[in-house]
Design a protein around this ligand. Structure first.
Ligand SMILES: [Zn+2]
Ligand SMILES: [Zn+2]
Length: 169
């Protein structure tokens, strides 16, 4: 996804881009995209520098790490960078300084895909949950305990005591 800053005559610019997003392009493993990606950006220009702040939202489907059901979720993240133009010899060099990303370029055209990818990948939860109190699957019979109770549950030992059992053995 390219952004050509020469397209804008007047700054600051507020802009919203909606586009199709491909889970593979953005390296979103185990994620299914279910709607358009929305990117919002705010761009200020000071002399030859463009200060860009943005956020991305992507409606997705994740798999619950406890009950393995698919559920609707949204990945969202922020990003910001500064684009410096004016040195004709640089093509596009990216420098990170104090958590600020500088992009030096002679043509103010920015490739946004990498930036967006980083924000989205960071937004993926380590353990997605369909709900905070998802009861998961019975480790014994595999029943989804959100939807049913099973017989074996009663016989299970309380796993909080397992650590103690190990100590005693
Ligand atoms: Zn669940
Ligand atoms: Zn069971």
């Amino acid at each position: 996804m390219n952004l050509d800053l020469r397209d804008f005559r007047v700054f600051p610019v507020d802009l919203t881009i909606e586009s199709e997003a491909d889970a593979q392009e953005y390296e979103l493993q185990g994620i299914t995209v279910r709607d358009l990606m929305t990117v919002k950006m705010n761009i200020h220009k000071v002399k030859e520098e463009y200060y860009c702040q943005g956020m991305v939202r992507l409606p997705v489907e994740e798999e619950c790490s406890r009950c393995l059901n698919l559920f609707d979720a949204e990945l969202s993240g922020d990003f910001s960078f500064i684009v410096k133009t004016g040195s004709p010899e640089v093509d596009a060099a990216t420098v990170a300084e104090d958590e600020m990303i500088y992009i030096n370029t002679h043509e103010p055209v920015i490739e946004l895909t990498d930036t967006i990818r980083q924000s989205l990948v960071l937004a993926i939860p380590m353990k997605p949950l369909c709900s905070e109190d998802c009861r998961g699957l019975c480790p014994n019979c595999g029943a989804n305990l959100n939807e049913e109770t099973c017989e074996c549950r009663l016989e299970d030992t309380d796993e909080r005591w397992d650590g103690l059992k190990d100590l005693l053995e």
